[in-house]
Design a protein around this ligand. Structure first.
Ligand SMILES: *[C@@H]1O[C@H](CO)[C@@H](O)[C@H](O)[C@H]1NC(C)=O
Ligand SMILES: [Zn+2]
Ligand SMILES: [Zn+2]
Length: 464
């Protein structure tokens, strides 16, 4: 019985816990209601919004949504749920099962055609052509499907940029967070892709990257629904990636319908890291503003030294300019800066803001010899102002105050950090101890006694 009341109370407090102005309550409730109607088939018959039945339905749908997004299943529109609901996304509902199920429509021929019916003024035509072509290529690489562009008449997949109500009963509202939608295979509208023209379309990290959105929508054109795997291209929310990829779940799902490509070497895709997978390894680990970030490909699992959690995020949600596959990162708390390394380049940020003219190169800035092609791991020591760089079986020590390498470096890792092996993937410092990572093993190292205190699993900082 107290369902709606509690709902309203919860909606009244914003994400930061302080009471929101009264009109926000209505807006947020409307947001939740609309979201569930649009993407989870919540029925809206106008008058019944106060009935018990409607409330129960809403709680059910909320739970379904929370499950899909990997949130805590509470049945209440808590802050995390509302945040997820405010993410820009695809207009196709999340209710259909992912992969081939009974009734999944699919194309009965493999030589498909597409036509770009209208263009966006946001980009030169050649850029639109290229984004769309690349989007199709992602899918033709892993299936027997071919896509031929045609310039007139009716193609299997008609692509257009449209405004507002565009005659398919799925208008793009002014305030909506829907970027695009697409229809599953079939005649007429079947297979067609519509991009919302009110968005700005780009070919870089700025919102919204056309190639990224097109690659997702083509998945629908071929018969796929949404995946609840955060890394999947078929996950409903938008996230930027410098190189959109089919994840293995996407490849498995499309091959389930059309079979593998004729390519002798079957392409494979990455998998979303699972915090509690004991085989998990990391590209780099960093501590920033008290939180720990365990970086893997374009993901990071964020946790806290004293409050373990497994918060899976995209690096690009925080720092959209950064490439994926970072190799090292460290924080300089004295300057409130974080530095990221990949190959011989590095970037710096404060909070979410990138700094200065980046990327820069590690040779002129730090004085590395040109035999160093990449940094394996880096960590800064607040007490001394020194930063340690690990490269192969050696390490360098850099003085952040003098902005120069200390003399007599590099040294051998084994001489100063005995017991941690000859190569380091990642390192961070916490409460006076170093935590070195190599493969799925983590070494807790005491610099005072120069001894390894314990061997841990690489994922020991998560809640597993
Ligand atoms: C696709 O292949 C079928 C069978 O070979 C053929 O009849 C059809 O004309 C082809 N369509 C296109 C668009 O090439
Ligand atoms: Zn979608
Ligand atoms: Zn449409």
């Amino acid at each position: 019985m107290p369902g709606l009341l509690l709902l309203l109370l919860l909606l009244g407090t914003g994400a930061h816990g302080f009471p929101a102005p009264p009109e926000t309550q209505g807006q947020d409730l409307e947001l939740v209601q609309k979201y569930l109607e649009n993407f989870y088939n919540l029925k809206n018959d106008g008058t019944s919004s106060r009935s018990q039945k409607h409330r129960n339905q809403m709680v059910d749908k909320l739970k379904q949504m929370q499950q899909f997004f990997g949130l805590k299943v509470t049945g209440w529109p808590d802050a995390a749920t509302q945040k997820a609901m405010k993410q820009p996304r695809c207009g196709v509902p999340d209710v259909a099962a992912f992969g081939r199920t009974q009734g999944t429509p699919w194309w009965d021929h493999t030589n498909l055609t597409y036509r770009i019916k209208t263009y966006t003024p946001d980009l030169p035509r050649a850029d639109v052509d290229q984004a769309i072509e690349k989007a199709f290529q992602l899918w033709s690489n892993v299936t027997p499907l071919t896509f031929t562009k045609v310039f007139e008449g009716e193609a299997d997949i008609m692509i257009s940029f449209v405004w507002g109500d565009h005659g398919d009963n799925s208008p793009f509202y002014e305030s909506s967070l829907i970027l695009a939608h697409a229809f599953s295979p079939g005649q007429g509208l079947g297979g067609d892709v519509h991009f919302d023209e009110k968005e700005r379309w780009t070919k870089d990290y700025r919102n919204y990257n056309l190639y990224r959105v097109a690659a997702h929508e083509v998945g629908h054109s071929l018969g796929l629904s949404h995946s609840s795997d955060l890394g999947a291209l078929m996950f409903p929310s938008y996230s930027y990636s410098d190189d959109p990829l089919l994840f293995q779940v996407d490849i498995d799902a499309i091959q389930d319908i059309y079979g593998p490509s004729e390519n002798p070497v079957q392409p494979t895709g990455p998998q979303t890291p699972r915090a509690c997978d004991s085989k998990l390894t990391f590209d780099t680990v960093m501590k920033y503003r008290g939180e720990l970030y365990f970086v893997k490909d374009r993901f990071s699992i964020r946790t806290h030294p004293y409050n373990p959690q497994n918060d899976l995020i995209f690096i690009s949600d925080f720092w959209p300019h950064l490439p994926s596959g970072l190799e090292a990162a460290y924080e300089v708390p004295e300057r409130d800066e974080i530095l990221f390394f990949k190959g011989s380049k590095y970037w710096a940020a404060r909070g979410n803001d990138m700094l200065y003219e980046y990327p820069r190169d590690i040779y002129s800035s730090f004085g590395f010899p040109d035999t160093v092609k990449k940094i394996d791991a880096a960590v800064h020591e607040e007490e001394t102002g020194k930063t340690y760089f690990f490269v192969g079986d050696k390490y360098w020590r850099y003085d952040e105050n003098r902005q120069a390498m200390d003399a007599d470096y590099p040294k051998k890792i084994v001489d100063s950090f005995p017991g941690i092996g000859e190569k380091v993937d990642a390192v961070f410092k916490n409460e006076g101890f170093f935590y070195f990572f190599h493969g799925k093993i983590q070494y807790e190292f005491d610099p005072k006694t120069e001894r390894v205190l314990s061997l841990l699993n690489a994922n020991s900082w998560f809640l597993c």
